[in-house]
Design a protein around this ligand. Sequence first.
Ligand SMILES: [Zn+2]
Length: 492
Amino acid sequence: MVVLLTFVIVACSQKENPETQVVETPIQELNMPTPELNNIIQESVIDIETLTPEPEEINNDPVLPEYSLKVEFDYSNQSARVNQTILFVNNSKQNLSDIRLATDTLRYPGSFSLEKVFVNSNEEKLEQGKHFFTLLLNEGLAPGEEVEIQIDYLLSIPPLPPPADDLKPGIFGYSTVQTNLVDWYPFIPPLSENGEWLLHDPWFYGEYLVYDLANFYVEIELINVPPNTTIAASSIPTSQVENFYAYSLFGARNFVWSLSPSYVIETKELNGITISTHTFPFHQQAGSHVLGEATKAIELYSSLFSPYPRENLTIVEADFLDGMEYDGLFFLSRGFYNIFDFTPQNYLTAIAVHETAHQWWYASIANDQALEPWLDEALCTYSEILFYEEYYPELVDWWWEYRINYYQPQGFINKSIYEYQGFVPYRNATYLQGAKFLQSLRDELGDKVFFDFLKEYAASQKDNVSSQTYFFELLKNYSEIDFYNSSYYFYK
Ligand SMILES: [Zn+2]
């Protein structure tokens, strides 16, 4: 994510973001429940272990969760009726006594109305938390065992909120020109190595969700839509007949979509990858610019990091003041389009390639966005300067001055989102100090070793949820220097 507020305000007045005034209270607890096995489950483990394959075999070939989502979206009242089926196989080595369902839409009052839940065809109840449900499994779910969860619900899409200084911009919502469905369905977060569901608390800034890979089958019917309404989504539809859209997306972190009667769509192909922009009509030229720059970024990052991990990239102009990455799709604020000056020397370009880089550092190589946000944000911010070095070397100094040094960034880069006192300190540390750290690492290693390291990091963590620990472990293979302990960028 990149929040635009700072830039707009700085551009207008050359003053710091008023968000520096925001003082948040540190979180008291991170709400990471530990599933406890009850006696019955512990007894049954003994039997199950003798009947199920070796854990090694399970882990070598994990079965991805499957989400089937049938959606009837009514534009006239901005609501969606959803029939969702999750097929989930316990890929862990332990018996599960419950399943957590991350449900971000519960954070929006009145948005999520649960109708019915069936577990293996039996009607069940869910326990509701403030941003999740818990399904208690009376008989447990053994390693290798599958469960089918059907959830029927109604979504009432909230209006996109007006910009606020102390809250991150809303993305799930509708405006007069756009409806965005992001993190719109209950999903099962990853399990940590010690068997805890990796679901943290939401926060005022930054991202808090961690995503496993999953397969998605999504069918959307639009009703009562204005003429010319189109959908931009994480993947390209496998079929579209009038207002019926069908999608299949395999091995992705999430499936998001946005619809509008106003999108002007432009498309490019690069080595079998379809890149498209969905732009509001008055920003068509800026949209074309974004399309060209994102395509160049894909070409560069494919050669520097790893082959582009998806079949498409869908770029959507956002009717909110934010840029935000999702799998196969990112939003880019209309604020950036508004100030487009027909050059690459602007935030429209820098943030477009930043969000493009998230298809590597977030989608392909995921991380715990709440506890280690620097891991994707520093790499994406640094990816911006790699883009300028390649295509606009004359703008390299401008980028360092305008994007980084202007803010005189400070702070340890490796804290959780909960530990920074507001968005600006968080951004200055994880994004800006993060980019400076990566530059210092590159200066120390030299270009060849630095890019060899990044390539191996990308290849070895493809489809995983990576970690800072892994990053520095791998780095030891490339240098004698203990960068983590010797660097003042890291809180120890
Ligand atoms: Zn970002």
